[in-house]
Design a protein around this ligand. Structure first.
Ligand SMILES: [Zn+2]
Length: 59
């Protein structure tokens, strides 16, 4: 039985969707980590925190 190939959500590389690929549906640990980090970053971003960081006298 051939493993099904799915495009890695992070980079688009065909990744084996099988128990042999512990990172499925990603192609590698790096892609999985980057994707999770991206989600975490979105979650941690609080609306308004960016403007609060801008000091008008700081520049
Ligand atoms: Zn990838």
């Amino acid at each position: 039985m051939k493993p099904r190939l799915v495009p890695c959500p992070a980079c688009g590389t065909p990744a084996a969707f099988s128990p042999e690929n512990p990172y499925r549906p990603f192609c590698s640990a790096r892609c999985r980590t980057e994707d999770l980090a991206g989600w975490a970053e979105e979650r941690y971003r609080i609306p308004g925190s960016d403007s609060a960081n801008e000091d008008p006298n700081g520049n």
